[in-house]
Design a protein around this ligand. Structure first.
Ligand SMILES: C[S@@+](CC[C@H](N)C(=O)[O-])C[C@H]1O[C@@H](n2cnc3c(N)ncnc32)[C@H](O)[C@@H]1O
Length: 295
């Protein structure tokens, strides 16, 4: 990826903050994929959101699967290792439902990992290396099915909520969607700590490295933006390398490289219901919420 390919999102400069938080920018290269996969294996990552969502799915698996048509097709958008949808498919299979399975991810290495995991579990998915915002196109080029099931999962919180309108356009009446978020009614200070660690910093540093910054030029920190309910993962510029000067940065500016929205339960429900009818599901400790909705 060249520096120039990153100049588009930089037009979003607000209060000394450069918003480079298009989620796919964190997953473009092989190095980014490897560091992300290492992060998903770490304790900090699993103890926070990952374990809570896995519990939420297993506690509600009967309800999730019961609404799925036996000949449906399931899209895992931004699939990562795909282990969560594989669990859903295993349960569906026990109920005699054999779904067409489509994995979508921007990163080739991550997609390969998901394909391997799926095959080892006895499924035969088709993979698309693509931006999942192209869902409307992807759904058209796959085998027709009586129902489409969309697993957006936690990718919902790394995108503007309008991603729901985008996906909805590719859905037909009766199609299902599942998306999730960490519950922002919880202790935000405690949640912030889940993002403030070395594995996270090392993975996110790749984005600023592409802009010419060296490790000592920037300082990683996290903050909560009350206007957007986003946790912002960012680097403060301490020193400006010659190579990066032409990009318009200043010492003291913040480079926001990733965001993760923490909606309150009320915000989460209201936004979901603008687009879909359905219900909110909870993890056992209510730290994690998901919406299972229908168009
Ligand atoms: C936070 S992980 C979530 C993985 C998985 N869905 C889960 O719940 O464990 C984000 C995944 O989405 C992919 N991704 C991020 N933005 C994307 C985009 N715009 N289009 C396609 N894939 C994207 C990344 O490569 C990564 O594998």
């Amino acid at each position: 990826m060249s520096v120039l390919s990153l100049t588009y999102p930089m037009s979003l400069l607000k209060d000394n903050k450069w918003y480079l938080n298009d989620s796919k920018l964190c997953y473009l290269t092989d190095e980014q994929a490897k560091d992300y996969l290492a992060l998903t294996g770490s304790k900090e990552y699993s103890a926070g959101m990952h374990d809570a969502e896995t519990m939420l799915i297993s506690n509600n698996i009967d309800m999730i699967v019961s609404g799925i048509h036996e000949k449906a097709k399931l899209f895992d958008l931004g699939c990562g290792d795909a282990l969560k949808t594989i669990d859903i498919l295993k349960h569906a299979r026990k109920r005699g439902k054999d779904l067409d399975f489509y994995l979508v991810d921007i990163n080739q290495i991550i997609l390969k990992t998901a394909m391997t995991n799926s095959r080892q579990a006895g499924f035969n998915p088709r993979g698309f290396q693509s931006d999942f915002c192209r869902f409307e196109y992807l759904v058209k080029v796959t085998r027709p099915a009586p129902q489409t099931v969309v697993y957006l999962g936690a990718n919902y919180v790394n995108k503007d909520p309008s991603i729901l309108a985008n996906i909805r356009r590719g859905m037909q009446s009766g199609d299902l969607i599942y998306f999730s978020a960490q519950n922002g009614d919880g202790d935000i200070e405690r949640i912030l700590k889940q993002y403030d660690n070395l594995s996270m910093r090392n993975w996110l540093f790749h984005t600023v490295k592409k802009l010419g910054f060296r490790p000592d030029d920037v300082q990683y920190f996290v903050g909560f933006n009350h206007d957007t309910s986003d946790i912002e993962m960012k680097f403060r510029i301490c020193d400006l390398p010659e190579k990066s000067r032409c990009l318009g940065f200043d010492v003291g500016d913040e480079l926001v490289v990733a965001t993760s929205r923490k909606p309150t339960l009320d915000q989460f429900r209201r936004t979901a219901e603008e687009y879909f009818s359905g219900q909110v599901l909870f993890s056992p400790d209510r730290s994690y919420v998901a919406f299972l909705g229908q168009k």
